[in-house]
Design a protein around this ligand. Sequence first.
Ligand SMILES: [Fe+2]
Ligand SMILES: [Fe+2]
Length: 180
Amino acid sequence: MTKHSWRSRHLLHLARRAWDSSRARPLGPREESEVAGLADGRLAELFWAQPVMDQRHALEAARYALATAPGRRDLARASLLHDCGKRHSRLGVTGRTLATLSSLLRISPPQRWAAYLDHARIGADELAAAGAEPMVVEFARHQDDERPDQIALEDWLVLKAADGESHRGPVDNQYDGSHQ
Ligand SMILES: [Fe+2]
Ligand SMILES: [Fe+2]
């Protein structure tokens, strides 16, 4: 289960994440095509089952990964799907913030908060059941832990940066103007 720390950089990251999540816009048609280019079948279903704020975070992470490691579609796909387990908590921004606080305060969380804090394991199990490649499953599972042996250090750094950078503020896409 995800453990959060009181480090100021981490708190800033959490605050930024909550702010970005609260402002997330639905994906536009060109963005839907970007997703389709990285995931299909069961994996696409898992992506689209997410709330809008998670879809946008995931796509921005995938874009970052692809820009940092061109041609590495496995890394982009891992970024695109790493948080698919969050949806089971059915928590909005406020609930997620409270769940995170409960982790910071080492308070035993109620069930939905616990599901949110356990999203890495839940999502990884779903991705494995959906037939995702090992890179996708292992990053989802270990996203908040130490790097697993199955992921090379240089790949791990790209994935972790993509997850963090995607919260750095609006990465406005030129196609975001029209939504369907
Ligand atoms: Fe996550
Ligand atoms: Fe994430």
